[in-house]
Design a protein around this ligand. Sequence first.
Ligand code: NDP
Length: 279
Amino acid sequence: MAQLIDGKKISSEIKEELKAKVAELKQKGIEGTLAVIQVGNDPASSVYVKNKKRACEYIGIHSKSFELPEETTQEELLRLISDLNEDGSVNGILTQLPVPAHIDEKEIINAISPKKDVDGFHTQNVGSLAVGQEGFVSCTPAGIIELLKRSDVEIDGKHCVIVGRSNIVGKPMALLMLRENATVTVAHSHTKNLQEICRTADILIVAVGKRELITGDFVKEGAVVIDVGIHRDENKKLFGDVKFEEVSQKASKITPVPGGVGPMTIAMLMNNCVEAMDK
Ligand code: NDP
């Protein structure tokens, strides 16, 4: 039976460390403020926004909330972002995704100053990651690196298979694993022989958005398995992209859902906010 990688515990440790750092910065007269923009009132987004504000409060930084109506125009949103870019008291800005269909998401992401882009989605930050320069890194993959390191998983020289190539998880994850000297394979919906490829992984990271796609047959004995997926059934029970009961019999270490990758995303957002205070 695999050992659990406890994202709840590790994210709490990170938040404690950040709280101490924020207190230190405050002593030097440096304050932090995260601006969170939400367009419309998608219930899932509202929960995420609330959790982000709560985390800010916990580590000791301010949060400014901008809850805009569904019919907000692109121009209005761009104007707000431009004002926040100029506002010296704001260190971090994020727009909660997804935005309503009439808004051009890419333009909004790239309107945020790269120095305040704490989500790490701006093309400049993604480019910096690709060429090994400093910049904000997307929170979920950055959180997975912390989970692995703090669980004593060796990455250097290991074969890492990442299933999923989204801009916010799969692609930055591949770049981060390369930075850590893993040998990286990225699989996606056009990949042939997915099962065979997954079975070659020392570290298998799954971000496909398909409930329990990865069963025991996809996993090599002793592999480390990271499950990014989040699915809720009609009784609100949570599931991942990995069939936990089967895979945990073969893996050496595994993240549960809930309590694995999920809590790390907000912890790493807070980490980016604290980094932004120092810029
Ligand atoms: P996307 O839908 O943006 O990307 C899914 C990726 O999986 C795509 O690259 C797609 O391939 C690939 N894919 C889909 N089906 C298959 C398949 N049958 N075989 C192989 N590859 C497949 O999802 P995200 O990356 O945004 O999110 C993935 C999951 O992680 C979701 O469940 C989401 O809710 C969760 N998530 C959790 C977070 C957390 O904090 N825990 C944060 C972000 C996401 P192709 O590119 O070819 O279409």
